[in-house]
Design a protein around this ligand. Structure first.
Ligand code: GLA
Length: 729
C-alpha cells in the first residue's frame, strides 16, 4: 500500500519505490509536515522540536505553552492569519474584511487510483498504478474548507499535490493567494535551481543559494512565460548531476504562477508553488469551490539525472494523451523560416514537392494564410482562408500536397485578435481591454477574452470550419504576446480577479474540444517558441516548439535547460538555414542535424535553395532520424556535460530495451593545439560489452562510463559527432 494511516498517532505515510512522505495531525488538529526524502521506516515526529521563541506566537488552544508555535513548525498548508509569518500557501479574504483562516483537520479518505481535476490538466494513472489521499481541513469560523489532494504513483516515485478550496459558509470570500504545494524542511541548506530566459533564449539554468529572505520566480504575463519556467529544483548544496539530494517541483499549469523559496529565522526552508497572487482575487460565494492546479513532486537521492529521468517518464506515460503519446511524430518542413509571410499556394506545393524528394513527412503552412495577413499587423481573428493569396481553395491545396505523398499541417493563433480585422470591427468587446484606458500592444495585436465561452465558441466554430476543409493532420497552436489589460467586458467589478485563471481554463477547454473533435490530429504548442513550454500544455499538445531560436549552438543550451524536466519527445527542434536567422551564426548541416535530433525533428528552411550535396545529406539525416526515432522518443536521456561550463555539449539516449545507445557531442570551442575531450557515458550496464557501430571497437560499459571515449581533435568550428553503440553481450 502506497498510503498508510496510523490511526492512533494520526500519521499519514506516503511511500513510493524510493521515497517517503510523512505528515501528521497533531493534538490541536493542525496538519504538520514531518518528512519528505529517501525511503525511511517509522514515525518521524521525533524530529519536531519545541522551544519558547520570542515573537513567534502561540495559538490560543495551547494556552500558556509558549513552546508551540506555527511560526516554526513545519506545515503541510500554511495559511495567513495563524501566527505563521513565513510565505503562505493560502490567503483568504473573508466577508468581514479580515485575512484570516485557521485550518484544522476534519476528515480524510484514501482511494484507489489518481484524482482528476475538472477543467484542468493533471497526471493520470490506471487504478492499480496510483492511490489518492484527500485530507479535509476547515476553518470553523468562516467555514472555509480545503481539501488537500495527494496522488501517489508508487513505481514512478512521484507524488502530486493539488487543493480544492470550498466556501461552506454563506458570505462571499475572496481567494487572494492559492498554492498547491507548501514544502517545509526543518533542516538542511539548499539551492534553488530555476530556468530563466527571454524570447528566443528560454530555460537557461540558474542555481542560487536560498538565503534568508524570500527568493521568488513566477509569471504575471498570462502564460507560464519565456522568462521563468514553472518548474524548479530544490537542491542540497552538494547535489550534482549524479549525486546528492534534490527535489523537483513541476507546476502543471500554463498561466501566471509563483514559486517562493525562503530560509526562515530558524534556518528552515520553505518552498511554495502555486498560482501567482498578483492580479488574482478569486471570489467564492457560499457553496462555491475553487481548484488549485496540480504540482508534481519528485525526490532523488542520486542527483539531477535520476530526477530528470523520473519526470521524463511521468510526462511520457502519465501526462501526454492521445494517439501521439506512443507513436512516432512526423518529420516536418515548416514554411516560417523558408518564406515567412511571403508565400502562395504554389510555394507550399513546391515545398511539399521538395519534402517528398527528401523524405520529409509533412509540410506545415505557417502564419499568413488567412484573412488580410501580409505581415503581422493585421488579420488575427479572421480565420477564413485567403484563397486569393493561395490561388486556390485550402481543400485543393491540401489535395495537391497529399498527392505528392506529403501530409499537411497548418498554423493557428486562436487566442488573438488584430485591431485591423473583421472580427475586431464587429466585436471590439471580445478583446481584453480596460474601459477608459488604451490597451498595451504586443506584436501589434490584442488578446481575445478566452475566459468567455461565447468568444471561445465563435473562434472554435471558425477554426473547425477551416480544419474541416481537408485532410489536416497537424496544427501548430501559437500565442504571440504577453497578456495585459486584464478585464472581461461581461464581468462585474468583483469577477475581474478571476479572469487570469478563467482565461487559462478557457484555453484548456478549447484544446480539449479540439482534441476530442480531431483525435488523430497532432497539435504542437507554441508561444513565440517556448513561452508556454509547460506540463499543463503537454496534457493537450504532445509536442511544443522549444524556441524561436533555431541556432544550433544556442539550442544546445536551451535544450539542456529544457531537459531537466521535459523529455525530448515533447521538444520541437528543427534544422534551419545558415547564416542563422536569429544569431547570424554558421554551423554545418551535420551539426544542425545532430542538435535537432534531440527533439521532434524537422526542417525550417527552403530546400530548393540548397545544393544537391546538401539535399543528399538531408536525405541521409532523415533516414538516420527514423532509425533512431524510437530511442529518442522512448529511451532514457542523459546529460553528459554542462554546456554553460564545458567546452562541449554532450547528451545520450539509451533505448527502452537497453540494447542501443545514441550519444551526441557538439564542440563549443576550438583552439590551437587543442586538448582532447573525453566524454563519459552514463546509464550503461557496467559489465556488458558495447560495440561502436562505425568503428566496430568494443568496450565494457564500465570503461565507457568511468574513463569515457576521446573525441577527435580536428580543425573546424562547432563540429559535431554521433556514435551509436549496440550491446553485444
Ligand atoms: C511565432 C512562432 C514562429 C512562427 C511565428 C509566426 O513567433 O514561434 O514559429 O510561427 O510566430 O508568426
Amino acid at each position: 500500500m502506497a498510503i498508510d494511516y496510523h490511526q492512533k498517532k494520526h500519521i499519514f505515510t506516503l511511500q513510493t519505490a524510493h521515497t517517503t512522505y510523512q505528515m501528521k495531525v497533531d493534538a490541536y488538529g493542525f496538519l504538520l509536515h514531518l518528512y519528505y526524502g529517501g525511503s525511511i521506516n517509522g514515525d518521524m515526529d521525533y524530529l519536531l522540536t519545541y522551544y519558547d521563541r520570542g515573537f513567534s506566537g502561540n495559538p490560543f488552544d495551547v494556552r500558556n505553552d509558549r513552546t508551540y508555535s506555527l511560526d516554526m513548525l513545519p506545515q503541510e498548508y500554511a495559511v495567513m492569519g495563524t501566527g505563521d509569518y513565513r510565505n503562505h500557501a493560502l490567503v483568504i479574504h473573508n466577508a468581514d474584511g479580515t485575512d484570516c483562516c485557521d485550518l484544522r483537520y476534519v476528515r480524510h479518505e484514501i482511494r484507489k487510483g489518481k484524482y482528476g481535476l475538472p477543467g484542468l490538466p493533471a497526471v493520470f494513472a490506471a487504478e492499480q498504478e496510483a492511490q489518492t489521499i484527500e485530507i479535509v481541513l476547515e476553518d470553523p469560523v468562516s467555514r472555509v474548507q480545503v481539501s488537500l489532494l495527494y496522488g501517489v504513483l508508487e513505481a514512478e516515485d512521484i507524488i502530486t499535490r493539488s487543493a480544492v478550496i470550498r466556501n461552506c459558509g454563506s458570505g462571499e470570500i475572496v481567494v487572494e493567494k492559492a498554492a498547491s504545494v507548501c514544502l517545509d524542511f526543518i533542516t538542511g541548506e539548499y539551492d534553488l535551481i530555476s530556468f530563466y530566459g527571454r524570447h528566443a533564449m528560454e530555460r537557461s539554468f540558474q542555481r542560487t543559494r536560498i538565503a534568508h529572505g524570500t527568493q521568488a520566480i513566477g509569471s504575471r504575463r498570462g502564460t507560464s512565460s519565456h522568462q521563468y519556467n514553472p518548474a524548479v529544483i530544490l537542491a542540497g548544496r552538494d547535489a550534482t548531476e549524479d549525486t546528492g539530494s534534490c527535489y523537483g517541483l513541476m507546476f502543471v499549469y500554463s498561466g501566471n504562477f509563483l514559486c517562493e523559496a525562503e530560509r526562515d529565522q530558524y534556518d528552515q526552508t520553505r518552498v511554495v508553488m502555486g498560482l501567482q497572487s498578483d492580479q488574482f482575487h478569486y471570489p467564492l460565494g457560499g457553496g462555491a469551490s475553487f481548484t488549485v492546479p496540480e504540482t508534481v513532486l519528485c525526490y532523488s537521492g542520486e542527483g539531477f539525472a535520476t530526477l530528470s529521468g523520473r519526470f521524463h517518464r511521468l510526462i511520457s506515460d502519465h501526462l501526454i494523451r492521445g494517439k501521439y503519446s506512443r507513436s512516432p511524430r512526423p518529420v516536418l518542413l515548416n514554411s516560417w523560416e523558408a518564406s515567412y509571410f511571403d508565400f502562395t499556394g504554389e510555394t507550399i506545393v513546391s515545398l511539399a514537392g521538395e519534402a517528398a524528394k527528401l523524405g520529409i513527412d509533412m509540410v506545415v503552412m505557417d502564419d499568413g494564410w488567412f484573412g488580410k495577413r501580409p505581415d503581422d499587423n493585421s488579420g488575427l481573428g479572421d480565420w477564413q482562408v485567403n484563397e486569393d493569396k493561395l490561388g486556390c481553395s485550402l481543400g485543393e491545396l491540401i489535395r495537391q500536397v497529399n498527392a505528392l505523398g506529403v501530409k499537411f499541417g497548418i498554423w493557428i493563433e486562436p487566442e488573438m485578435i488584430s485591431e485591423d480585422s473583421e472580427l475586431f470591427r464587429s466585436h471590439p468587446d471580445w478583446a481584453l481591454c480596460i474601459p477608459g484606458r488604451k490597451p498595451v500592444y504586443g506584436r501589434n495585436q490584442l488578446v481575445l477574452d478566452f475566459s468567455r465561452k461565447d468568444v471561445r465558441d465563435a473562434v472554435f466554430e471558425q477554426i473547425c470550419a477551416v480544419l474541416d476543409q481537408g485532410n489536416i493532420e497537424y496544427v501548430k497552436w501559437d500565442m504571440n504576446r504577453s497578456i495585459a489589460d486584464v478585464y472581461s467586458m461581461t464581468g462585474t467589478a468583483e469577477s475581474q480577479g478571476r479572469v487570469t485563471y478563467d482565461y487559462v481554463l478557457g484555453v484548456y477547454d478549447f484544446l480539449e474540444r479540439l482534441n476530442t473533435r480531431y483525435p488523430d490530429m497532432l497539435i504542437e504548442g507554441c508561444s513565440g517558441g517556448g513561452g508556454r513550454f509547460d506540463a499543463g500544455m503537454m496534457y493537450y499538445t504532445p509536442q511544443i516548439w522549444c524556441s524561436d531560436n533555431t541556432d544550433a549552438i544556442d539550442r544546445v543550451r536551451i535544450q539542456y535547460g529544457t531537459s531537466f524536466f521535459y523529455p525530448a519527445s515533447v521538444t520541437g527542434a528543427h534544422v534551419s538555414a545558415v547564416p542563422n536567422h536569429q544569431t547570424g551564426r554558421c554551423t554545418s548541416l551535420h551539426t544542425r542535424g545532430i542538435v535537432a535530433m534531440a527533439g521532434t525533428f524537422g526542417y525550417e528552411l527552403d530546400p530548393a535553395k540548397l545544393t544537391e550535396a546538401e539535399q543528399e545529406e538531408i536525405r541521409a539525416q532523415i533516414r538516420r532520424y527514423k532509425e533512431c526515432e524510437q530511442i529518442i522518443r522512448c529511451g532514457s536521456y542523459y546529460r553528459l556535460s554542462d554546456p554553460y561550463r564545458d567546452a562541449y555539449a554532450a547528451w545520450m539516449f539509451v533505448s527502452e530495451d537497453e540494447m542501443r545507445v545514441l550519444m551526441s557531442v557538439v564542440m563549443l570551442e576550438n583552439h590551437g593545439n587543442m586538448t582532447v575531450t573525453y566524454v563519459k557515458y552514463k546509464g550503461l550496464r557496467p559489465d556488458a560489452v558495447y560495440e561502436d557501430q562505425r568503428t566496430h571497437c568494443r568496450h565494457y560499459g564500465s570503461a565507457l562510463m568511468e574513463a569515457g571515449i576521446p573525441m577527435p581533435v580536428e580543425p573546424g568550428e562547432y563540429l559535431a559527432y554521433e556514435t551509436e553503440l549496440v550491446r553485444v553481450q
